[in-house]
Design a protein around this ligand. Sequence first.
Ligand code: DGY
Length: 351
Amino acid sequence: MANNGTSRPKVVVTRDLGPEVMPLLLNRAEKDIDILVWNQDRACDRTWLLENVAGASALIVLVTDKVDAELLNAAGPQLRVVSTMSVGYEHVNVYELARRNIKLGYTPDVLTDAVADISIMLALMAGRNARETMTIVNNGQWPEYNWAPFLFCGRQLSASRSSPIRVAGFIGFGRIAQATLARLVPFGFTDCLYTSNPSSKPNPSRDSQIATDQRLRSVRRVDLQTLAEQSDVVFVLAPGGDETANLVNEGFLKSMKKTAVLVNASRGSLVDSDALAKALREGWIWGAGLDVVKGEPGIAADHPLVKEPRCAILPHIGSATIETRLEMATLAVNNALAAIFDKDMPASLDL
Ligand code: DGY
């Protein structure tokens, strides 16, 4: 445990976690850790991190920090744990961690509801022309005739007399997808299709249990093509990384229903932005709601996707509720502290 010339383990934190959470580190009665925090209000500078991580026993990071061999080498062999304030861990080289016997803490569960909520919001925004109509209001262009029978009409998320069967499609069917499905049932969704990592085993008993509990007619694992063809809303809620890159591409989008909407609240890398812009421009699908885009942070203001009236884009705020972010930050700290003091981590990943 000893490092940096003192008997106290050093904890490096790549962002100030706020006045409610930082005291868990800074005001410990035992005064048994040394803390170093990147305290500027922007993503942690890589050079600063490489210079200051030396001797750390724990490293608390965000999705904006790349944890790779270079950083782990700079930290040194005493590093016990990397604790990320996120459920996703594409920014962490898990192979390098496993090789060095470094633990990985993350923050599942606590953000499930916030991201499921925003997935529904994006489905509604995409279907109901939120982006186009809000822009009109913001530009002072609310039409004088105000209300007209079919003005600004979109696609209804709820089941209706003309569409009594509603099919939700999920690329990835983990906790957030299942929580999103639970929210769709009161909207009248009757069927659920999903795809999973090909290496994961089918789970028909879990699926039939979800179907019974939630008044769904069926919950079925299918191939990507079937999911594209049959879903009224496709939710992208799978991890990023090479295996899932561009799963939603031209071929997928062309196979979707013209009336369907696409929601991505996981990682931008799963959706080919150029193909999506084309799909919207040419009417292959109705709309899209994105909380993430390829190559974020940011998307050029003149990117065709930004110009598409039926594409609502948010700046990766899926988990951004005060309640959830407090829980995520607290869990990230508790994971780090547990690991350095040889306790069970509240949420660690098997590497
Ligand atoms: C996560 O936790 O991985 C989210 O993307 C951050 O909101």
